[in-house]
Design a binder for this molecule. Structure first.
Ligand SMILES: [Zn+2]
Length: 376
C-alpha cells in the first residue's frame, strides 16, 4: 500500500497567502471518524492535516491507545481507501515541561519514533518553559527558545534532507492568572520567531495563547458552553507584527472545539490563521453516536469515567466532558470493533461536520492549490 502524507511545509507554504485555514484533526478515535473526514476533504478538495499530541499518542499508546506507527498505518489505510492525496501527518504538542536533559532525550525518542512512522510535520511545544525572573522578554522566553531550537535541529537531522512542517508555540494555551487568560503579545511572538530564525529554525506556523482553551468548556455552574473567547483582535495584531518584521510565519489556532462555525466563518482572520486544530469535537461526536446506537457501551464508558475522575462539587457532565478522553484507551477493543451500522453513522456524521468546518475555514479547493504549488 502506498502512503505518502505530504510534508506539512508544502501545505503551509502553498496556502499561506490564500486567506484560508487548513483543518488539523486530532483523531483520537479513528473508526468512522477518519474516513468521514477524508471523504469530506476529497469532495471539497481541501487539504487536511491529521494529528495527535504526545499525550494522546506515544510509544506506549498515550491515552488513545495509539502508537505513532499505529496512527500512521491506520490513517494511511483510510487515505488510500478514500483515494485522497493532499494531507499531512502532524505531531501535535510535542510537549516539553521541564527542559532537563533527560526530558529532552525522551522527547527525542518520541520524535524518532514519529519520523520512523512517517510523520511529516511537527509541533514543538516548549511554551511551559518560561523564565518568570527574566528582566526582558528575551530572557523570559530563553528557555522556550533554547529547547525549541534543540528539538527542531534534531528533527532536521533525523529527516535527512526531507522537507517537513514545523510549528512552534509561544505562550501556553489556556494559561490563566489572577486577571484571567494570559495572552501572547505581538512583541513576544516577534522576539520568539526572530530568535528561532537567527538560529536557522523556520517554523511555518506559530501557536499562540489567544484566549482559547483545549477541550470541552463549562461555566462556573458546570454547564457546557460555546467557546467565544478567542481574541480576534489580538490574533490579528500578532500576525501583523510578524508580517511587519518580515517573519514568514502564520498562526496555528488551537482549541477550536465548541467555537460556533458562523463565528469561524465570519470573524476568524483566515490567512493570519492558516492552521485550525479541531480535536475533542471528533471524540464528542463518537460519544453522541454511541449514546444513540450503543447505549450499553456508552453507559459503561460514562460510568468508568465518572467512577475514576469524579470531583467533589463538580457535575457529572463536566467530569465526563473533561475526562472521557481517558476512556478511549480503556475501551479500545470495543471501539475498534464497532458494528458496520454504528460505524457508518459515525462516518456520515464526521463527513457532514468536516464539511461544515472546511467551509467555515474556507479551505475548499486548497488541495488543488497545493498540487499546483508542487508542480511549479
Ligand atoms: Zn493544542
Amino acid at each position: 500500500m502506498e502512503c505518502n502524507p505530504l510534508p506539512g511545509s508544502i501545505i503551509f507554504n502553498a496556502v499561506k497567502d490564500k486567506n484560508c485555514i487548513i483543518m488539523a484533526c486530532n483523531t483520537r478515535i479513528i473508526p468512522g471518524v477518519t474516513k468521514g473526514i477524508f471523504r469530506a476533504a476529497k469532495d471539497l478538495d481541501s487539504a487536511i492535516i491529521i494529528e495527535l499530541a504526545k499525550s494522546e499518542c506515544d510509544q506506549e499508546g498515550g491515552y488513545t491507545g495509539l502508537t505513532p506507527a499505529e496512527l500512521s498505518m491506520r490513517t494511511c489505510a483510510v487515505a488510500h481507501e478514500v483515494g485522497f492525496d493532499i494531507w499531512a501527518l502532524h505531531a501535535d504538542h510535542i510537549g516539553v515541561k521541564k527542559g532537563t536533559v533527560e526530558e529532552l532525550n525522551s522527547v527525542k525518542e518520541l520524535i524518532a519514533a514519529q519520523i520512523k512512522a512517517g510523520f511529516t510535520s511537527f509541533a514543538i511545544d516548549a511554551s511551559h518553559l518560561f523564565n518568570f525572573d527574566g528582566r526582558t522578554l528575551a530572557e523570559e522566553l530563553a528557555p522556550n527558545i533554547d529547547a525549541t531550537i534543540e528539538l527542531a535541529r534534531f528533527i532536521e537531522s533525523e529527516m535527512e534532507g526531507r522537507d517537513f512542517g514545523l510549528e512552534a508555540e509561544v505562550g501556553e494555551i489556556g494559561r490563566t492568572d489572577e486577571s484571567g487568560m494570559v495572552l501572547t503579545t505581538p512583541d513576544e511572538a516577534v522576539i520568539f520567531v526572530r530568535s528561532l530564525n537567527s538560529a536557522g529554525v523556520h517554523p511555518q506556523v506559530l501557536a499562540i495563547a489567544n484566549g482559547s482553551t483545549h477541550g470541552n468548556i463549562f461555566d462556573e455552574d458546570g454547564n457546557p458552553i460555546e467557546q467565544v473567547s478567542i481574541d480576534i483582535q489580538q490574533t490579528r495584531a500578532v500576525a501583523e507584527a510578524l508580517r511587519k518584521n518580515d517573519l514568514d510565519v502564520r498562526i496555528a489556532q488551537h482549541g477550536i472545539t465548541g467555537t460556533p462555525r458562523h463565528l469561524i466563518a465570519e470573524q476568524f482572520p483566515h490567512g493570519d490563521i492558516i492552521k485550525g486544530n479541531v480535536g475533542t469535537f471528533w471524540m464528542n461526536l463518537v460519544w453522541d453516536v454511541l449514546e444513540e446506537k450503543q447505549p450499553d457501551l456508552y453507559e459503561r464508558i460514562w460510568d468508568w469515567t465518572i467512577t475514576n475522575y469524579a470531583v467533589e462539587g463538580k457535575k457529572d457532565i463536566e467530569i465526563f466532558g473533561k475526562n472521557s478522553k481517558f476512556a478511549v484507551k480503556q475501551f479500545f477493543d470495543e471501539i475498534y470493533s464497532l458494528d458496520e451500522e454504528t460505524l457508518s453513522v459515525i462516518e456520515d456524521r464526521a463527513y457532514e461536520e468536516a464539511g461544515e468546518f472546511i467551509r467555515a475555514f474556507k479551505s475548499d479547493g486548497t488541495a488543488e492549490i497545493v498540487r499546483e504549488y508542487m508542480r511549479a
